[in-house]
Every structure is written in C-alpha cells, then in structure tokens.
Design a protein around this ligand. Structure first.
Ligand SMILES: Cc1ncc(C[n+]2csc(CCOP(=O)(O)OP(=O)(O)O)c2C)c(N)n1
Length: 325
C-alpha cells in the first residue's frame, strides 16, 4: 500500500474508533438516565454490539438506507450522527428524531436514510426490500441494509424476504447481529441449525459469518458485500457473532451465567479495537483519552439539549404531515 492509502486507511479507522466510543458513551449515559427515570419506557441497549453498526455503516453512503430494530440506538447514531435529536426522542421531546412520538424503538430520519427502528421483531426485514426495490427500479447504486438479530431469523418475514430479494436480485444487505439470545432464550433452544448464514446460502445469497466484536472484520466484509451489490450483485448476508453485555431490556432481569458474560466482556469490541489501534501505533493513549472526552461532551450536550427541549403538542398526534415533509 502506498503512503497516501495507508493514511486514508488509518483515518478511516480513527473515525470508526470515534463512532464506537460515541455509541458506548451514549448507551452508558442512557442506562444512567433510565435508572434515574429521566428516560422512561422500554429501552434496549446495544452495549457490547457497537462494532456491528459502526462496521456496517462504514461501507454505506449517506443516501443508502438502513432499517433498524428495537435495539437501534447504535444503528441510528452510526447512520445519522444526530446524537442530540436521538437523545431528545428517547426523552419524548418535540425536537426528537420522530418529534417525540416514537421513543427508543421508533427512531426515524428518512432524510439521512435511516428508515426507522421497529418494535415488531423481524418487521424491518421486509421493509428493507421496498427501499431496495426502489433503488433497483430507478437504477441507482443505493443499497438497503436490514439489521436484525438471531430471534428475528426465526420469523416468517425473514425467509420470505430472503427469497424475494434473491429472486429479484435486490440490493439488500442482510445483517444478522447474532447476540446469542432472543430476550432470555438462547439460540441453542430456538434455532435448529445455528449456522444462520447457512440459511441465506441455501436460498442462493452470498453469506459470511464474521466476528461481530471485531469492527475491522465487520467493515471489511461490509465493503466487499456493498461493492458487489452496487455492481448489480444482488443481496448479500453478513452474520455478525456478538453479545449484548446488558440485560435484554430495562425491565427484564438477566438470567445468563456470569462466566459466559465475563468471557464476552473480555472480548468487548470497544476495548479490543482501542487496544489494537494502540498496538499498531495508529493512536496514542492520549488520543484515546481525547476521543473519549469528546464523545462524553457530545453526549452531555445532547442530554442538556433534550432536557431543555419542549414536549410535543398533543394536538400534533393528529397531524402526521411532518413525517414525510
Ligand atoms: C413479532 C414479535 N414477537 C415478539 C416480540 C417480543 N420481543 C421483543 S424483543 C424480543 C427478542 C428478540 O430477539 P432478537 O431478534 O434475537 O433480538 P435481540 O433482542 O437479541 O437484539 C421479543 C421476542 C415482538 N416485539 N415482536
């Protein structure tokens, strides 16, 4: 690689480091705000899974589409970087991404290609085909990425969507965040053949399984897949094996074994990536500290912005025109 290429590669890695740390800081702050009841309702944190949205979105352009899940804060940040408006949405404020009408599971920013979270497990997968069909029909080079988890891969919508995307060669990037559990049910008790990527291959979709806690590995696979998709390669599938460090959501007690959790905490994607960049001399300890401080400042400013924002006007519930404006 020539010097300029190496520098560009390193800059890209530093950008990914900034994003992965920002998402972690955001989620940790949301956890605290939730405990203090400054955020209410159901909250699904993605702590432990941050490498997936960061790695996948590193391969996407602003005008590509992302369809998210109930665990979507990381997807929304990685795609839109609208940290203030995301925090305001979690607090139900009028300045929120969905004007305070959606909350944590219904973040939405079509202007930035973020086509929404979804409280229906597996609900975003078929929707992603619609955006992909639009790109295919209009002959643009846009792609549509659908995030979902292992539990959603047992839904009928999953198999139906994979079949149709393969049949019509739609530019959908299926991203399975296999975090080993659907709420409290382990994959071993719910999936007959735990090779989820194999399900896509059986339908004729190129599919890989990757370490979902390794942001660089996720990014490399996403670049490869998206590159092929922009050249008419049809749908691709990436299974990212990962783990959520927090309980399923704020109201369900954790039943997982401590040894298992400790094993995955040692593979924490944020520290693994920071350590790797330090080892290679791409960043110094003070660079990492600076990135962490900057991330916390962004999140703190978002909290202030959200708390100072007005509540939505109840009458606006009857007027949805802002959604499409
Ligand atoms: C269609 C549907 N069925 C059930 C639920 C209740 N539910 C909410 S989250 C969840 C677990 C989903 O597991 P998974 O897809 O693996 O995502 P994860 O929570 O692990 O990120 C369930 C069953 C739902 N929201 N929608």
């Amino acid at each position: 690689m020539v010097q300029g290429d190496i520098q560009a590669e390193n800059e890209k890695k530093i950008e990914m480091l900034k994003k992965i740390i920002l998402i972690r800081r955001f989620e940790k702050t949301v956890k605290e705000l939730y405990a203090e009841k400054r955020i209410v309702g159901a909250i699904h944190l993605c702590i432990g899974q941050e490498a997936v949205p960061v790695g996948i979105c590193s391969a996407l352009n602003d005008d590509d589409y992302v369809f998210s899940t109930h665990r979507g804060h990381g997807h929304a940040i990685a795609k839109t970087m609208e940290v203030k408006r995301i925090m305001a949405e979690l607090m139900g404020k009028d300045t929120g991404l969905s004007r305070g009408h959606g909350g944590s599971m219904h973040l939405f920013d079509s202007g930035k290609g973020f086509m929404g979270g979804n409280g229906i497990v597996g609900g975003g997968i078929p929707l992603s085909l619609g955006a992909a069909f639009h790109a295919h029909y209009k002959e643009t080079d846009q792609v549509s990425a659908a995030f979902f988890s292992d539990g959603a891969s047992n839904q009928g919508s999953f198999s139906e969507s994979l079949n149709l995307a393969a049949l019509w060669k739609l530019p959908v990037l299926f991203v399975c965040e296999n975090n080993q559990y659907a709420a409290t049910t382990p994959v071993a008790l719910s999936i007959a053949d735990q090779n989820i990527a194999g399900r896509a291959r059986a339908i004729g979709i190129p599919a890989v399984s990757v370490d979902g806690n390794d942001v660089e590995a996720v990014s490399v696979e996403a670049e490869k897949a998206v590159g092929e998709m922009r050249n008419g390669g049809g749908p691709h599938f990436i299974e990212c094996k990962t783990y959520r460090i927090e309980p399923h959501c704020g109201i369900i007690p954790d039943q997982r074994k401590e040894e298992e959790q400790e094993l995955w905490i040692r593979k924490d994607p944020v520290s693994v990536f920071s350590q790797e960049l330090l080892r290679r001399g791409i960043v110094t300890h003070s660079d990492v500290e600076l990135v962490e401080n900057e991330a916390q400042t962004i999140v703190d400013e978002a909290v202030t912005y959200a708390e100072e924002s007005p509540w939505p006007d109840v009458k606006a519930l009857h007027n949805r025109s802002w959604l499409i404006s």
